[in-house]
Design a protein around this ligand. Sequence first.
Ligand SMILES: [Zn+2]
Ligand SMILES: [Zn+2]
Length: 191
Amino acid sequence: MNVSTSRIGVVALGEIPELIPLSIAAHIQGMLHVDVDVLTSLPLPSAAFDQGRLQYSASRLLQHLEALSLSPWKKMIAVLDADLFVPIFTHVLGEAQQAGKHALVSIYRLKTQGVDHPSGLSLLMERAAKVALHELGHLYDLHHCTDPGCLMHFAGGLEDLDGALLDYCNYCRIYIRDALFRKGVTTDEPE
Ligand SMILES: [Zn+2]
Ligand SMILES: [Zn+2]
């Protein structure tokens, strides 16, 4: 891994198709004009598995990432292929620390077609990018948006996710680009 000045990192936890973290990084770069590093993958911590629910606890995974204190990145998006839950929901596609450092993207429920199928993989990459950009929005303190076509609209399942465009609405785009500019992640002034 090269020493880097990028503020945003993407890391796979456990086994995941190699293209997924790369595609997430490319979408963030393309949409927000910031550099993103893809780190060498890390093991999925078995301690985050909840024996009662037979799912991974999003909060335990976030604590695990915090304990690793991966530097020098200010924001870290971890991608994994395991079912995630938070106490109030049966499952979540992703989770983030609001205005914090760490976010999770689970591809577990995004794979409705086999990944060996070419359109299955491209659909999976698009969905994973949407979840990642949504969670990244939370890391830069964006809240949920009422516009159902916006990436920051709450997506409880695939129907909502597929109904959103792969873009922020004008309001959310200006908000996140302004946050990136203020934090010095980009020198691109929001228009
Ligand atoms: Zn959200
Ligand atoms: Zn919006």
